[in-house]
Write a protein that binds this ligand. Structure first.
Ligand SMILES: *[C@@H]1O[C@H](CO)[C@@H](O)[C@H](O)[C@H]1NC(C)=O
Ligand SMILES: *[C@@H]1O[C@H](CO)[C@@H](O)[C@H](O)[C@H]1NC(C)=O
Ligand SMILES: *[C@@H]1O[C@H](CO)[C@@H](O)[C@H](O)[C@H]1NC(C)=O
Ligand SMILES: *[C@@H]1O[C@H](CO)[C@@H](O)[C@H](O)[C@H]1NC(C)=O
Length: 450
């Protein structure tokens, strides 16, 4: 993959060839990418969330340096995940029993729901933003652990870069069973169960209702392909037959969604099992409306089965009665109040906070833009009910919360002196990410076993 290859070349060592003087230095190629949200601390936890859902397609002419990737269309739910991570960090920072006297910082990057931007995010998390690193490239990672990403393919891409440095990655939402391979991904953990369980449970669900003839549709990525492959194997064992199995390969212009919906429509199966990633489902359902795809019993995967934005009148003729397994719902005390405090005044130079505000209130901080009203900054967030402020259905957010706590407990145990787990003291200034991996492996508090 080209993007991965390029990322590997971000740092090079130049060996000075001029004179006897040692002019060896290590410099970053290209421009550093800065976190969207950050705060310094003794320990730093990185985060990678799909804060925007759309990415500009770079032109790969191979004759010029590719243009910068730009991400657009803020995803309010993912922004809530990022703020939930910050909330948990603050809680631990304030706690006198968990990591006392140690301040925790964070760096949140945008993975933009794309493997291309995920590579950029993980390289920035590892490298930091310094342009030159002195004589050698050997430097500490800029973070001690990474929370993310929100989908399986992005997580895999991140692990391919972070794995060799043994930086722990704890995902709140990557469910692909492929990630359970401990040999390939020894520093990966998650606070969500593997699809190995979900896929087989879906096959049992279909069998339970006596549906023996079903159609199958999936996203053409690690999530969809692996999840569906396990489902199909399990379905065969349950005596369920698959009429067709279609993959949505691209949702942009020129994508095959229209063709997939035509296949579904011309099929005779009345039950449709949809293992679809969150970015693809909206486009599939929208196309289903367009082609009047009614009369089907949908069976969905966890990524979209509880998505509130699909429970609208527009889709009611299509999705009503949809079944699937949801991630457990929880309450996080104090989160609502924390979210309502988010506003551009917290950091007037932060573009993301301004963008969030503009998207929420339909106003603009630039005067006279498209006739939009000017944002005052004192609009009232409490009056708004959107995927950011709505905490009535916390599922993935609570996985984010648990992931931060899993990291904090592992670090806490490491920094405790003199017990069996930690015979020697590790001081906060010189502990390394790989020690966090070791502690997560041995205690695994809060994470799922494989
Ligand atoms: C953590 O606490 C320290 C000291 O009280 C403070 O300076 C820092 O801003 C806090 N960090 C976060 C992420 O709240
Ligand atoms: C942490 O403590 C600060 C200062 O007392 C407070 O403003 C903040 O709300 C606390 N954060 C959390 C998440 O408890
Ligand atoms: C934290 O710092 C305070 C003030 O420096 C000190 O009194 C206290 O003993 C420290 N707590 C721990 C657990 O190290
Ligand atoms: C859509 O399909 C339903 C059921 O097959 C049918 O009753 C309805 O007339 C169709 N609507 C359109 C606009 O074709």
């Amino acid at each position: 993959m080209l993007d991965r290859f390029c990322a590997m070349l971000l740092f090079v060592i130049f060996v000075g060839a001029f004179g006897a003087e040692n002019t060896e230095y290590c410099e970053m190629l290209g421009d550093p990418v800065f976190p969207l949200l950050s705060m310094d601390g003794d320990i730093t936890i990185g985060g990678a969330f799909s804060i925007h859902s759309q990415i500009s397609k770079p032109s790969l002419s191979f004759t010029d340096v590719p243009e910068h990737l730009t991400c657009s269309r803020i995803d309010l739910r993912e922004f809530r995940f990022a703020q939930t991570m910050i909330f948990a960090i603050q809680e631990i920072n304030n706690s006198s029993s968990l990591l006392p006297n140690i301040s925790i910082g964070y760096k949140v990057f945008d993975s933009c729901g794309s493997t291309l931007t995920s590579t950029r995010a993980v390289m920035s998390l590892l490298n930091g933003q310094e342009r030159t690193l002195g004589k050698t490239c050997s430097s500490q990672s800029s973070v001690h652990a990474i929370i993310g990403a929100s989908d399986s393919s992005s997580t895999i891409v991140m692990l391919q870069s972070s794995g060799i440095f043994q930086i722990p990655v704890i995902s709140h939402f990557a469910t692909c069973a492929c990630l359970s391979n401990r040999k390939e991904y020894p520093s990966f953990f998650r606070t969500i169960p593997s699809d190995y369980y979900q896929s087989r449970a879906l096959a049992k669900l279909v069998k339970h209702f006596g549906w023996k003839w079903v159609g199958a549709v999936r996203s053409d990525n690690d999530y969809g392909n692996n999840g569906m492959a396990t489902f199909i194997t399990a379905a065969h064992q349950e005596g369920v037959c698959i009429e067709y199995s279609e993959a949505i390969s691209s949702t942009g212009p020129g994508g095959n969604v229209a063709k997939v919906v035509r296949v579904i429509k011309s099929g005779t199966a009345r039950v449709l099992v949809a293992f679809i990633a969150q970015g693809d489902i909206d486009i599939l359902v929208e196309e289903a409306v367009k082609q009047n795809l009614t009369g089907l019993q949908w069976v969905g995967s966890e990524s979209w089965i509880t998505a509130g934005r699909l429970a609208t009148k527009r889709y009611s003729g299509i999705l009503t009665g949809t079944l699937g397994f949801a991630i457990r719902k929880t309450k996080i005390t104090g989160l609502k109040g924390f979210l309502l405090q988010v506003n551009p005044g917290q950091d007037p130079h932060n573009n993301l906070l301004r963008e969030f505000w503009e998207a929420t209130f339909g106003c603009s901080f630039q005067s006279g833009l498209h006739g939009q009203t000017l944002c005052s900054g004192s609009e009232i967030l409490e009056d708004i009910n959107n995927p950011f402020t709505d905490v009535s259905d916390l599922r993935i957010s609570s996985n984010v919360y648990k992931a931060v706590y899993a990291v904090a407990h592992a670090m806490h145990n490491m920094l405790k002196c003199g017990d069996a787990m930690n015979p020697q003291c590790i001081w906060k200034d010189d502990f390394e990410p790989k020690q966090v991996v070791k502690h997560l492996q041995s205690t695994g508090i809060g994470t799922f076993t494989f």
